[in-house]
Write a protein that binds this ligand. Structure first.
Ligand code: URP
Ligand code: ZN
Ligand code: ZN
Length: 459
């Protein structure tokens, strides 16, 4: 007797699609094909597309940053995730200054475990180097946190020096970890920010002018060069916003190295023009939104296979937080960086990517699920539709027309940066380990029913 049969599914994987049934027992896929066996529950998904549950490899829930803590805690944030067919998030443990890595990991687990609706994995941010931190790296990896994030920007807050970067890349790689990089030149940004402030140029658009394309491209070149000194390294540039930075990683890959990129939906959908709107402050994230030309390049590279993943960088601040609790919009450099996104990866990439003919469904599955699962040590438990894998699925109605607004989303804020955008194709059901956790916008799972999924190291 099965627990669940998903009937008449049109299932997409990176290697094509098949039509049939999927049998689930104890949260795992146990059978694929024409299933006649009895089951407790049957979902007939005729006419819908079934994809492996999305893995959003880039979220910041309850993230303390720039004087605020993000408005989506693990309950709201993972509700938004499952709303958008994301069955696993990979969030960033963020140690406070001076805190060791293992106590920060413990805090993240204690905070997330009672609240999560989706499953979750963890990355570790390292913001400073000291003997305790260096010593703890192998134990952090043992606990399933096999991917890290190092910042080349946010001087005085999260940024590490080139020397620290080199030491960390070497240590993390030697234990089979993956090195995630926020590639922007923090020193140059700092100079430009100070200059604009002195000149009284403080509108949101100056966030863009103080972080031009070149600061990302330079940092991408520098980190690749530094990391190429480390044999066997796996590098991963997060939230890549320029085609040229993608090219840097591709050129190292063509030399046989493991260099990958992530981009985010906001760079694929929006442009810097959003920063000029009266509510431009809502669109401040780093790297900033770019030109239409960069947006076109990113789509081309995504379609060509040069970008490995699309993660959201879900980092949500309320309007009040964005305005630092004042009436007036503050200077661009005081606005906390980050935007919502986990719930809209699926509809935006499906509509603007698949439906508009820019990417195939196979590529959609690869960048939203299979590749992040592989990079973060979760594959084949996650990111695959094979017997033995977790029964995680998003069920897409390919014809459903929806106008995006906060009303159709689950974040703990009352705006979305995609307000008014009309899409065709919407996630109507989310199945997490065989349980329907979202149906037609209603979250049906209990707080804390998601589980921590440890990532396996590359060694
Ligand atoms: O603006 C952003 N991206 N905020 C979150 C922190 C980070 O750099 O990912
Ligand atoms: Zn970042
Ligand atoms: Zn981020």
């Amino acid at each position: 007797m099965l627990d669940l049969v998903i009937k008449n599914a049109k299932v997409f994987t990176p290697s094509g699609y098949f039509e049939g049934d999927i049998g689930v027992k104890e949260g795992k896929i146990v059978k694929i094909g024409d299933i006649q066996e009895q089951s407790d529950k049957t979902l007939n998904v005729q006419g819908k597309y079934v994809v492996p549950g999305l893995i959003d490899g880039h979220t910041h829930m309850e993230f303390p940053f720039m004087g605020e803590v993000t408005a989506d805690d693990f309950y709201y944030g993972t509700s938004a995730a499952v709303g958008g067919g994301v069955t696993t998030i990979v969030d960033f443990v963020t140690p406070s200054k001076g805190q060791d890595l293992l106590s920060a990991y413990q805090k993240w687990r204690e905070t997330a475990d009672p609240k999560v609706i989706s499953d979750y994995g963890l990355h570790m941010i390292i913001r400073e180097v000291n003997p305790t931190i260096m010593e703890q790296i192998p134990e952090v990896i043992n606990r399933g946190v096999m991917s890290f994030k190092l910042y080349m920007a946010y001087k005085g807050e999260l940024m590490v020096t080139d020397g620290e970067l080199f030491k960390l890349v070497r240590e993390i790689s030697s234990h089979g970890g993956v090195v995630g990089i926020h590639a922007e030149n923090g020193e140059v940004i700092n100079e430009l920010v100070q200059e604009y402030i002195m000149e009284g140029k403080v509108d949101p658009i100056y966030h863009y002018y103080s972080r031009p394309d070149e600061v990302e491209i330079e940092a991408a070149n520098r980190v690749a060069s530094i990391a190429s000194l480390v044999k066997g390294v796996t590098m991963y540039q997060v939230h890549t916003s320029t085609g040229e930075a993608v090219d840097v990683m591709s050129s190292y890959r063509s030399k046989g190295m493991n260099y990958f990129n992530e981009t985010t939906p906001h760079y694929l959908i929006l442009t810097l023009e959003a920063l000029k709107k009266p509510d431009g402050f809502k669109y401040i994230m780093s790297p900033p939104l770019r030109s239409d030309d960069q947006r076109t390049k990113l789509w081309q590279k995504l379609s060509a296979g040069d970008i490995a993943t699309v993660g959201s960088d879900h980092c949500v601040y309320s309007v009040s937080q964005k305005k630092r609790h004042k009436e007036e919009v503050p200077s661009f450099h005081e606005i906390p960086n980050g935007v919502p996104g986990t719930e809209t990866i699926l509809p935006l990439l499906f509509y603007f990517g698949v439906k508009k003919g820019k990417i195939s469904m196979e590529r959609f599955v690869e960048v939203t699920s299979t590749n992040p699962a592989k990079l973060f040590g979760l594959y084949p438990r996650k990111g695959a539709v094979v017997p033995g894998a977790d029964a995680d699925f998003a069920v897409i109605d390919p014809e459903r027309k929806v106008k995006i607004s906060p009303d159709v989303l689950h974040s703990n804020i009352d705006y979305t940066i995609y307000d008014g955008i009309e899409v065709e194709g919407w996630n109507v059901k989310t199945v997490r380990r065989g349980e329907v956790v979202m149906e037609e916008g209603q979250i049906t799972a209990k707080n804390g029913s998601g589980v921590y999924v440890p990532g396996k190291s590359l060694k």
